[in-house]
Design a binder for this molecule. Structure first.
Ligand SMILES: Nc1ncnc2c1ncn2[C@@H]1O[C@H](COP(=O)(O)OP(=O)(O)OP(=O)(O)O)[C@@H](O)[C@H]1O
Ligand SMILES: O=C(O)[C@H](O)[C@@H](O)[C@H](O)[C@H](O)CO
Length: 182
C-alpha cells in the first residue's frame, strides 16, 4: 500500500481510474466528487449502478451478500475500463478484498482510496444525513464486511476524522503516486 504525503506524478494525469471506497457514510460521495473536480475527471456514484433490487434490499434494512454484489462489481469494472482514455472517480464501497479483485480483473489499473473512521463518527454523520436510502442500522454489517487494503493492493487508506479539504488533498496525493503498489 502506498504511503500518503509525497506528491509525485504517475504520468497518467487526467486519466486516473480511482475508486473511493469504504463503508456507508464514510464520505465516499463527498470526497469522490471533490477528488474528481481536483483531477479534472468525471465522477460517478456507484450507487447509481446498483440493480434496483439491491437498492430496495438495503432500503429495507437488509445487507447485500456476495451474490447481490457480483454483477454490480463487474459492471463497475466495465465502467472504469470504458473511461480509460479520460479517467474516472467512482464512489464505490468495495468493502472486501475479493470485491476489489473482481473490479481489478476487469480494469487492472484501478487505484483504491479507502476511507475509514470510528463507528461513532460515521454513525453520527449518517444520522445527520437526510434523504438517503441507506439506513444507519446497516452500518455494523458494513463495518463487519470491510477488509482494509492489503500491502499488494494499489492505493491507501485515509482517516475521515479530518476536514474534507485535507481528506481530498490526501486522496489526490495517493492517486498521484499511481497504480503500482509501493
Ligand atoms: N470530512 C467530513 N467532515 C464532515 N462531514 C463529512 C465529511 N465527509 C463526509 N461528511 C458528511 O457525512 C455524510 C456521509 O457522507 P457521504 O454521503 O459522502 O458518505 P458515503 O460514503 O458516500 O455514504 P453512502 O455510501 O451511504 O452513500 C454526508 O452528510 C457528508 O456531508
Ligand atoms: O456494498 C454495499 O453494501 C453497498 O455498496 C453499500 O455500501 C451502499 O451502496 C452504500 O454504501 C450506500 O450508499
Amino acid at each position: 500500500m502506498a504511503t500518503i504525503g509525497e506528491s509525485g506524478s504517475n504520468g497518467n494525469a487526467g486519466r486516473e481510474l480511482v475508486i473511493v471506497g469504504g463503508v456507508s457514510g464514510s464520505g465516499k460521495s463527498t470526497v469522490g466528487a471533490l477528488l474528481a473536480q481536483r483531477l479534472e475527471v468525471p465522477f460517478i456514484d456507484a450507487d447509481s449502478l446498483h440493480p434496483e433490487a439491491n437498492v430496495a434490499k438495503m432500503a429495507a434494512g437488509l445487507p447485500l451478500d456476495d451474490i447481490d454484489r457480483e454483477p454490480w462489481l463487474v459492471r463497475i469494472g466495465e465502467v472504469l475500463a470504458e473511461h480509460a482514455d479520460r479517467g474516472l472517480v467512482l464512489a464505490c464501497s468495495a468493502l472486501r478484498r475479493t470485491y476489489r479483485n473482481t473490479i481489478r480483473a476487469v480494469e487492472p489499473s484501478t487505484v483504491f482510496v479507502t476511507l475509514s473512521g470510528s463507528r461513532e463518527l460515521i454513525a453520527a454523520r449518517m444520522n445527520a444525513r437526510a434523504d438517503h436510502f441507506m439506513p444507519a442500522s446497516l452500518l455494523d454489517s458494513q463495518l463487519a464486511a470491510f477488509e482494509p487494503l492489503e500491502a499488494d493492493e494499489s492505493g491507501a487508506d485515509i482517516d475521515v476524522d479530518a476536514h474534507i479539504d485535507d481528506i481530498v488533498d490526501a486522496a489526490a496525493n495517493v492517486v498521484r503516486q499511481g497504480p503500482a503498489p509501493a
